[in-house]
Write a protein that binds this ligand. Structure first.
Ligand code: F0G
Length: 459
């Protein structure tokens, strides 16, 4: 059968005007932001691909749910609605609402990491690793080697390398390992999925040794679509069935509702262990809020309950990933070096191959993100050495992947915005030899990428 096009399963009801800026205005804005796209004002941005986090457009059903917020301090109706949706979609016995994903990561790490323990994971995520280290743990990467190779076409680059995990278990033993941190659709690898086969085998290995597995379910629905499309035997499964099967292998999850769940703020921790959940609620009341709202207003829980249901509808997730792939294909056709296979939530430019004339210590990804903004007002994010930061001994980490992420917000931009973006990247690619490296002139101690400032290195 001839391949037919996908289209968004929605139409536009309200619009938000965008600012168009001149090259001179963008130069002034970039200087003021210290060449860090995080420090730009959003008013100076035309197409904002900084992140897919909290940037989704809500549906009319979600907006109307906001009006049904029950802002009771204790026992809000929206808490019970959200608890029941989370239970149905993700499984898990205990539901603990937090203000966003990192709120859940903080609680989990504080309770489950003892100083000196390893926390293996399929690549790090910035805030997740930060909380593990804050609790005294040491992150160790056990993702498959293919994940570090932007040119490998391996379809499940999010997979855990079982041999690496086994070696860690052999050398450290159960007591030396806090838990396995398993991320679906691995963000820092380019939005790359894990196969169900690998999730099953990884969880079986951990459980055999008494090691719990906590899922980062932030982009689990996107991962479920890749399982359906790429993994033999899952063609006939529904998205909700695959999501549940992933979660059912694990002992709990942290969740940033700002991604898959289509809300601007919110998250949760979900657990199967009742005792652990009790301890988590004790921490929750001190750091987030009472157990029936955690870090969220009643209305935000209401919008999230609707968003989770919408997130697992197949036409939605197909259109969401379809749009990302549309942009990716345009760049591939033009020969722009990007991470392959195309991932779920964004396109990742390989800055090391894009700007081979820059040394890693000149922060090619940061320089490329700045150059793209200057060209068109499209805002992207560095995901390379600046994001990786420093190891606990103070040495700068230069990860194999030096990337610029073009993250696509859900249900926000049109195909025409993707065309404008692709044309800008291609233009920058054609003039890539003119891009200068950067020097860091201000470096915050923790999660430096958010607030670091840079200057061009003038030859
Ligand atoms: N885990 C993953 C995989 C994430 O991508 C994020 C956030 C978090 C946890 C933390 O969740 O922001 O709600 O506290 N990622 C955003 C991004 C910030 O731009 O990739 P949060």
């Amino acid at each position: 059968m001839k391949q037919r096009s996908w289209a968004e399963p929605w139409k536009v009801k309200m619009v938000e005007p965008l600012t168009m800026t001149s090259p001179r205005e963008r130069r002034v804005a970039l200087d003021a932001a210290g060449f860090n796209t995080f420090l730009l004002r959003s008013e100076d941005v035309y197409i904002d691909l900084l992140t897919d986090s909290g940037t989704s457009a809500m549906s009319d059903r979600q907006w109307s749910a906001l009006m049904r917020g029950d802002e009771a301090y204790a026992g809000s109706r929206n808490y019970y609605e959200l608890e029941s949706v989370v239970h149905e979609v993700y499984g898990y016995r205990e539901f603990i609402p937090t203000h966003q994903g990192r709120g859940a990561e903080f609680i989990l790490s504080q309770l489950q990491v003892k100083p000196g323990q390893w926390v293996p994971g399929n690549m790090y995520f910035t805030t997740t690793r930060y909380h593990q280290e804050l609790a005294g743990g040491r992150f160790i990467d056990v993702i498959v080697d293919e994940a570090h190779d932007s040119e490998s076409e391996f379809p499940f680059k999010g997979n855990v390398d079982l041999a690496k995990l086994q070696r860690l278990i052999d050398t450290s033993g159960r007591k030396g390992i806090a838990y396995l941190s398993l991320e679906t659709n691995v963000n820092m690898a380019g939005g790359q999925p894990c196969s169900m086969e690998n999730i099953r085998a990884t969880c079986a290995l951990c459980h055999h040794h008494g090691i719990p597995v906590y899922l980062d379910a932030t982009r689990c629905v996107e991962n479920a679509l890749f399982v359906k499309c790429r993994e033999p035997g899952f063609e006939q499964h529904t998205i909700p069935q695959i999501v549940r099967e992933i979660c059912d292998q694990t002992d709990g999850c942290t969740m940033s509702g700002k991604k898959d769940s289509l809300v601007n703020i919110g998250g949760f921790l979900a657990l199967n262990d009742l005792t652990l959940a009790e301890e988590a609620r004790n921490l929750l009341v001190c750091h987030e809020g009472l157990q029936t709202y955690g870090g969220m207003a009643g209305r935000d829980m209401a919008a999230m309950a609707v968003g989770i249901r919408e997130s697992i509808e197949e036409p939605h997730i197909r259109a969401r990933v379809g749009q990302v792939h549309y942009l990716g294909q345009r760049l591939l056709d033009a020969g722009v070096p990007i991470v392959r296979p195309l991932g779920g939530h964004g396109i990742y430019l390989d800055a090391a191959r894009f700007l081979p004339h820059l040394a890693r210590c000149e922060y090619p990804a940061q320089a490329l993100a700045a150059a793209i903004y200057l060209d068109s007002g499209v805002r992207t994010m560095e995901r390379g050495a600046v994001s990786a930061g420093r190891s606990p001994d103070g040495a700068e980490i230069f990860p194999k992947l030096e990337l610029v992420r073009l993250t696509i917000p859900r249900r926000v931009y049109t195909q025409a915005h993707m065309d404008v973006t692709a044309e800008s990247i291609i233009e920058v690619f054609e003039h890539r030899s003119e891009i200068q490296g950067l020097r860091m002139v201000h470096e915050p101690k923790r999660l430096r990428f958010f607030q670091a400032r840079f200057e061009p290195i003038v030859a």
